[in-house]
Design a protein around this ligand. Structure first.
Ligand code: ADP
Ligand code: MG
Length: 232
């Protein structure tokens, strides 16, 4: 039996009068890739950022690795890896220099080449971030989430806007990270991505979870209700 490393209970988030997250509950198991799948505006980023300690919740309870978000947010920060906004990258620095900079911020010794190997970017070590392709930028930003050796990484729509080949390469990377023991929570609005990548998926719409299961079981249920697009 695996352990729940994230437990979210009755989470709500209001922006003024508008309730973006309407009392959702779910658990993420240690070592899985867990997907939040839903259309734009469903509440995916809001949910993720609350768990990441970057946004205040309105009500509900969030536990991460046994730490309560309300009491020990700093303990949570120590064990998670979050993709930094790309606007935070200094455009004049190359990838090696950026990794040294971030390692300093985390107070960690990191071998830039070893990290770049993990995301298949060693040959870009001396390239500037701004000169990378879209897929390479995403792979680099995933590399930065690994610097503090997190137990969990959070990826918010990492493949949006990428071409099919870059998406597939990113899926392989995310699976490798999971296979090396890191739990992954990822948002997407692509069912096909959830299907190939995620161990379990919560479908979220208008701030509510409307289904939660393995991709295979979700598709079986859709087909059983008469949905016309069965598994390929
Ligand atoms: P998703 O990531 O699924 O696209 P979000 O969590 O970004 O959804 O947004 C959920 C809803 O909350 C949307 O209707 C969005 O417009 C609204 N929202 C998000 N952030 C804010 C904010 N800072 N202020 C007001 N409304 C917001
Ligand atoms: Mg979003």
């Amino acid at each position: 039996m695996s352990n729940a490393i994230i437990k979210v209970s009755n989470l709500t988030k209001k922006y003024g009068d508008f309730e973006a997250v309407k009392g959702i509950s779910f658990e993420v198991m240690e070592g899985e890739i867990f997907g939040l799948l839903g259309p734009n505006g469903a509440g995916k980023s809001t949910t993720l950022e609350i768990i990441e300690t970057l946004r205040e919740k309105t009500s509900g309870e969030v536990m991460v690795n046994g730490f309560n978000l309300d009491k020990d947010p700093n303990e949570i920060k120590k064990i998670i890896g979050v993709q930094l906004q790309t606007s935070g990258y200094y455009p004049g620095l190359n990838l090696t220099e950026l990794i040294r900079l971030f390692s300093g911020l985390y107070n960690r010794e990191t071998d830039p080449n070893e990290l770049l190997d993990k995301v298949n970017l060693r040959d870009k070590a001396k390239a500037k971030y701004k000169d990378l392709s879209g897929g390479q930028k995403q792979r680099f930003s995933i590399a930065t989430t690994l610097i503090n050796h997190p137990k969990i990484i959070f990826l918010d729509e990492p493949t949006t806007g990428l071409d099919p080949q870059a998406r597939r390469s990113l899926w392989e990377l995310v699976k490798n990270i999971r296979d090396n023991g890191t739990t992954v929570i990822i948002t997407t609005h692509y069912m096909d991505e959830a299907e190939v990548l995620c161990d379990r998926v919560a479908i979220i719409d208008s701030g509510k979870i409307i289904a939660l299961d393995s991709p295979d079981k979700l598709i079986d249920k859709l087909v059983a209700t008469g949905f016309e697009n069965p598994k390929k």
